[in-house]
Design a protein around this ligand. Structure first.
Ligand code: HEM
Length: 123
């Protein structure tokens, strides 16, 4: 039998509805975390939702184009420290958990995001 092409993580987790659920959960998590919410006080949430969603779609191998700014540019001037970065990752993990991703699926996402860390810290 012909072998099937490997499914992307995007397809495996349920595609667009799941990505949208993660984004929505993440926004919710941030809004309940005083320390991290502080960074987002002046943020246009409509834009953030759209760009974060696209970014997550691309991160999971989905059929999207990211139209936002680079991670460096977006987080520049915020002087994000390691503790706050780690807290934000925890919030993202909660968001993925609540969207039904398994532990290995969550780790796959974090593995793709990990190299972007240096573009965000202390800029
Ligand atoms: C875990 C890795 C992270 C990813 C993948 C990520 C991704 C993104 C994306 C895609 C945007 C939207 C870009 C755009 O509008 O063009 C954004 C915006 C933003 N991010 Fe992150 N981010 C991460 C970590 C963080 C952390 C650790 C903080 C702060 C503690 C943070 C604070 C912000 C803020 C405040 C904005 C809105 C920018 C603004 O209002 O000017 N992000 N991020």
């Amino acid at each position: 039998a012909p072998s099937k092409a490997p499914q992307s993580l995007y397809d495996e987790i349920g595609g667009a509805p799941t990505i949208e659920a993660i984004t929505e959960n993440f926004i919710n998590e941030v809004s309940f975390n005083e320390t991290i919410y502080r960074y987002f006080e002046k943020t246009n949430i409509t834009r953030f939702r759209e760009k974060f969603n696209e970014h997550l779609c691309v991160t999971t191998g989905g059929p999207c184009t990211y139209t936002g700014d680079t991670m460096l540019r977006v987080h520049q001037g915020k002087n994000i420290n390691e503790a706050d970065f780690n807290t934000t990752v925890d919030l993202l993990v909660n968001a993925m958990e609540k969207a039904g991703l398994t532990y290995p699926q969550q780790n796959q996402v974090l593995k793709v995001l990990a190299p972007m860390r240096d573009e965000m810290l202390y800029k």
